[in-house]
Design a binder for this molecule. Structure first.
Ligand SMILES: C[S@@+](CC[C@H](N)C(=O)[O-])C[C@H]1O[C@@H](n2cnc3c(N)ncnc32)[C@H](O)[C@@H]1O
Length: 324
């Protein structure tokens, strides 16, 4: 279950990204993830609700499958975060007449009439809520012949393994040797002097830059000794901080402090989202309990198992259930 303030998700969804794993899936999900949704959604009619929709990854897939060339099926995405995928992604609503999004809405209070929805989907979303409250709520809104399909984060999935490594790296960048504090001190020095020569002449310059050099060396060492694919992005991040402090030209920069702080806040928000993922991911017992909840509401499980990406990387549990 989610421990995150929805505002932390707002930060993510205000960026023009369709997925929550934009490093791996910049446009939208593909491969077996897309194939799962294609087979789960194809043939649906009426009204599909995508829960915890983010910037609409599954909603856009559903619209593509169900509404081309004829827009027939209403697709509604719901999320607790403040979302506006049309605006954020620069999509023209007139080209998607059957798609709409409702933000600031928790899954246990779905804004739909009883028995009004033909299919519910949720990808890496349901497990962030409280399924004990949300499965009955889904049951309330679904029609007697409806179906539900979920992809859920699972403790043993590849995504979780990869995310644990990434979280360690964010810890290193955020907590190893107070990198940001040292750069903020350098910023104060730069802003107090009129030229680089004057900065360099100040005794504090040597001590601050020596501290920074040591921290950066240790961070790079920690990164290099791992097999983390995001080493390059850590390098880029370290270089972007260093570039804010040129050794010639203007030393004063009133916006630099804000840039350092906003880089740090982005890292903190990403780290917080990773921690939230660890809290949300289902254990084997949680998954068994979820299945029992669904069955208790009168649904029959039609498919359930690991969703393998590229034939071998589990990206979670995929589940399809129908009423009756
Ligand atoms: C990992 S993202 C998945 C987004 C999208 N389904 C996708 O596949 O890209 C998880 C989403 O769950 C939403 N969320 C978390 N708790 C929620 C709740 N209780 N009710 C509604 N949405 C929630 C977050 O705001 C976030 O957008």
């Amino acid at each position: 279950m989610s421990k995150l303030n929805p505002a932390d998700w707002d930060i993510h969804w205000q960026r023009p990204v369709v997925t929550s794993m934009d490093g791996h899936f910049p446009d939208n999900y593909d491969g077996e993830v897309l194939a799962f949704w294609q087979q789960a959604i194809t043939g649906n009619s009426g009204h599909l609700a995508d829960l915890a929709c983010g910037n609409g990854a599954v909603a856009w897939i559903a619209d593509e499958i169900l509404n081309r060339p004829d827009p027939r099926v209403q697709v509604t995405g719901v999320d607790i975060a403040t979302i506006d995928p049309f605006k954020t992604l620069g999509k023209n609503p007139a080209q998607f007449p059957k798609v709409r999004f409702i933000g600031n809405t928790p899954l246990h209070e779905l804004p739909f009439e009883d028995h009004s929805i033909d299919m519910v989907t949720s990808q890496w979303g349901l497990e962030y809520s409280d399924p004990e409250r949300v499965i009955p709520e889904i049951s309330r809104i679904l029609k007697p012949t409806a179906r539900m399909a979920f992809v859920c984060h699972h403790e043993d999935s590849y995504i979780l393994q990869d995310s644990r490594i990434r979280a360690e790296k964010f810890d290193i960048l955020l907590n190893h040797g107070d990198l940001h504090g040292q750069y903020l001190a350098l910023n104060d020095l730069y802003n107090a002097k009129a030229s680089f020569n004057k900065v360099k002449a100040d005794p504090a310059f040597l001590s601050i830059t020596a501290e920074i050099a040591r921290t950066v060396y240790e961070i790079r060492f920690d990164f290099r000794s791992s097999k983390d694919p995001s080493i390059q992005s850590a390098d880029d991040y370290l270089n972007s901080l260093a570039k804010m402090f040129p050794e010639k030209g203007k030393t004063r920069n009133p916006r630099r402090k804000q840039k350092i702080l906003s880089g740090m806040h982005q890292l903190e928000a990403t780290k917080a989202r990773l921690d939230d993922l660890f809290a949300a991911a289902l254990s084997a017992d949680d998954y068994a309990a979820l299945i029992r909840l669904i069955e208790t509401e009168g649904f029959t499980i039609r498919e359930s198992g690991d969703l393998l990406y590229n034939g071998r990387f589990s990206v979670g549990k995929a589940l399809l259930a129908t009423r009756g």
